[in-house]
Design a protein around this ligand. Structure first.
Ligand code: ATP
Length: 508
C-alpha cells in the first residue's frame, strides 16, 4: 500500500481570551510513502510526529490537506475502515486477559465476506490429509519433547506450527496418541477408516439436505457459483490467525500468560501481534520502544524490522531517537515545527544534511559547530585556516608565501560543522594538512575509540564538544593539534542556516 500525504495540516485552536495563539502542529506536510516501506518520522519533542501519525490513523482530523491510501482518499474515513494496525508506546494490553485473548480481541467483532464452507467435512478432510503421512505427524510430536518428555501443550503447538491448523484440530491429532505406538502400521489404517467413515457420513448428511459443495468444501448455489456470506470468524479461524500472529512475533509459548507475567519487550511484541492479527494494510508505531530498557530496545527494534520485512507491510514509525530510526528505517523524515526538513535514506541524510538543523539533529555525539568564514578557498575557524577546499587554487601557496593581500577575496561568514569523527591526530596528519588547535579537557577511552571532551573559543554551543579518535591515539590533556577530514565538514549560511555547497564534492 502506498500512502500519500498532501499538504496535510493540523492546527489546534488557541484561546483568544487567555491570549494563547493557535498551535500549527503539522504545517502543509507532503510525504510519499512507498509500498512495503518502513518510514521513520523523526524529530524533537513537539515537532508534530505523533499528530501526523494520528491523522494517518484517523484519530485526529486534519485542518487541511489529504491522505491517500493507494488510489483511495481516506482523509475523512473512520479509523476502523482504514485497515491500519496501531501500536502505542504503553502497549495498552488488557491486564485481565491472557496473551491469546489480547491478540484475539480485535477479531471478536470482525466480520468477513468469504465463501460459505462445509466446516465439519473440511475438518475431517484436513485430518485425513495429515494422517496420509503419519510419520511426519509423529516426528513433529517427538520434536516438541524436552529431555525426552512429551508435553501435550508443546506438542499441540508444534502440530499447529507444522500444519497451520487450529488448536482444536491439533489437539484432536495429538489425542490419537500415534507417537505411543511401537508399530504404527497396526493402527493407522483403522484410524484413517474411522475418519473416512465420518467424512462420508457428513457428505451424505449434506447431500440429504441438498447442500452442494466443490472439492474445497465451499458451498455452491444452483448455478455452481460459490456462495459468499458476511459472517463472524469461526473459532478455528480466530485460532489460526492468533497462532500465525503470535508465531510471527515469537510469543506463541506465552499464550496462556497474563501481560503482567511478561517482560516489557514481550508485552510490546503482544501489542504488535494484536495490531497485525487483522492483517492490516498499514502498521503505525508510536514510539513503540520508549518504555523498554536499553538492551531490550536494541533487541526489539531488530524484531520490528524483521517482522515488518516478513509481512512486507507499509509501516510508519514515530520516534525521537535518531539511533533507532537510523538503525531500522528504509527512509527517515526529519521534522521540525510541523515541517519536513529532509527526507531520505538514513545514511544519505546523515552524510548530506541540507541544513544546520538536520546536521545537528543526526549524529551521536552531535556535530560540532564553529563560527568561521571562507576566504580564498580556505575555511577558517576563528582566525585559523583549517582546511583548503579548493585543490586547484593556490590557497596553500597563498597562505604559506604571504601572497594573501594580492588575491584577497571577501570573507564569507559561515558555520563550520565538523562531525566528531572528522578529526585527524598524530601520524594521521600529513605535511599538506592545515591544522586546528583545541583544548582537550577530558579523555575517555571507550573500547573501539577514544572520546575527547574539548573546548574552543569559536565553538557554538553551551557545552564543550566531542572528538572521537582511534583507540590507539596517544593524547594528553591540554592544547592539542588536529587536522580536519574534508569529508566530515559541512558549511552553513549564517543567516538561512542552509548548506553552502562549494566544491566538486558538494556542488548541486
Ligand atoms: P513528542 O515526541 O513529545 O510526542 P511530537 O513530535 O509527537 O512530540 P505532537 O504530539 O505531534 O509532537 O505535538 C505537536 C505540537 O502540537 C506540540 O506543540 C503540541 O504541544 C501540540 N499539540 C498536540 N496536541 C495538542 C492538543 N490536543 N491541543 C493543543 N496543542 C496540541
Amino acid at each position: 500500500m502506498q500512502i500519500k500525504l498532501v499538504n496535510l495540516t493540523k492546527a489546534f485552536p488557541g484561546d483568544v481570551k487567555k491570549n494563547i495563539p493557535d498551535t500549527i502542529a503539522v504545517d502543509h506536510l507532503n510525504i510519499d510513502i512507498k509500498d512495503g516501506e518502513l518510514l521513520g518520522l523523526l524529530g524533537p519533542s513537539g515537532c508534530g510526529k505523533s499528530t501526523t501519525l494520528y491523522m494517518l490513523a484517523g484519530l485526529k482530523e486534519p485542518t487541511e490537506g489529504e491522505i491517500w491510501f493507494d488510489d483511495e482518499e481516506v482523509t475523512q474515513l473512520e479509523p476502523q475502515k482504514r485497515g491500519i494496525g496501531l501500536v502505542f508506546q504503553n502497549y495498552a494490553l488488557y491486564p485481565h486477559m491472557n496473551v491469546y485473548k489480547n491478540i484475539a480481541f480485535p477479531l471478536t467483532n470482525m466480520r468477513v465476506y468469504s465463501s460459505k464452507k462445509a466446516y465439519k467435512a473440511l475438518r475431517y478432510q484436513t485430518i485425513l490429509d495429515i494422517l496420509a503421512d503419519p510419520n511426519k505427524l509423529i516426528a513433529s510430536i517427538k520434536d516438541s519433547a524436552v529431555n525426552n518428555h512429551i508435553k501435550r501443550d508443546s506438542a499441540v503447538r508444534k502440530i499447529q506450527d507444522v500444519y497451520d491448523v487450529a488448536e482444536s484440530v491439533a489437539k484432536e491429532l495429538f489425542s490419537l496418541n500415534l507417537h505411543t505406538y511401537k508399530d504404527i502400521s497396526l493402527v493407522i489404517d483403522k484410524i484413517i477408516d474411522r475418519y473416512q467413515k465420518k467424512l462420508t457420513e457428513e457428505k451424505e448428511r449434506l447431500k440429504a439436505k441438498k447442500i452442494r459443495f466443490n472439492d474445497c468444501y465451499e458451498i455452491l448455489d444452483e448455478q455452481d457459483n460459490v456462495i459468499k456470506e458476511t459472517r463472524p470468524l469461526t473459532k478455528d479461524e480466530i485460532d489460526c490467525l492468533v497462532t500465525e500472529a503470535s508465531k510471527l512475533v515469537q510469543i506463541n509459548q506465552y499464550l496462556n500468560r497474563k501481560p503482567v507475567e511478561l517482560s516489557g519487550g514481550q508485552q510490546q511484541r503482544v501489542a504488535i501481534a494484536r495490531a497485525l492479527v487483522k492483517k492490516p494494510k498499514v502498521l503505525l508505531l508510536d514510539e513503540p520502544l520508549s518504555n523498554l530498557d536499553a538492551r531490550l530496545r536494541l533487541q526489539t527494534r531488530e524484531e520490528i524490522k524483521r517482522i515488518q520485512r516478513e509481512v512486507g507491510i507499509t509501516t510508519v514509525f514515530v520516534t525521537h531517537d535518531q539511533d533507532e530510526a537510523m538503525a531500522i528505517c528504509d527512509r527517515i523524515v526529519v521534522m521540525n515545527e510541523g515541517h519536513v526538513r529532509q527526507v531520505g535514506a538514513p545514511q544519505n541524510v546523515y552524510k548530506d544534511p541540507h541544513d544546520l538543523f538536520v546536521a545537528k539533529f543526526l549524529g551521536n555525539p552531535p556535530i560540532n559547530v564553529f563560527k568561521g568564514y571562507i576566504q580564498n578557498g580556505l575555511i577558517y575557524i576563528g582566525d585559523e585556516a583549517v582546511l583548503n577546499i579548493d585543490e586547484n587554487n593556490k590557497s596553500l601557496d597563498v597562505l604559506t608565501h604571504g601572497l594573501l593581500s594580492e588575491t584577497d577575496e571577501e570573507k564569507e561568514e559561515v558555520y563550520v560543522a565538523i562531525r566528531p569523527e572528522g578529526f585527524l591526530f598524530g601520524d594521521e596528519i600529513t605535511d599538506d594538512d592545515f591544522l586546528f588547535h583545541a583544548q582537550v579537557d577530558m579523555i575517555q577511552p571507550s573500547g573501539k575509540d577514544i572520546s575527547l571532551t574539548c573546548s574552543h573559543p569559536d565553538f557554538i554551543g553551551e557545552e564543550q564538544f566531542k572528538i572521537l579518535l582511534d583507540s590507539d591515539a596517544e593524547i594528553r590533556n591540554g592544547m592539542a593539534t588536529f587536522a580536519i577530514k574534508k569529508s566530515k565538514v559541512y558549511l552553513f549560511d549564517v543567516k538561512t542556516e542552509k548548506r553552502v555547497y562549494l566544491d566538486g564534492r558538494d556542488k548541486k
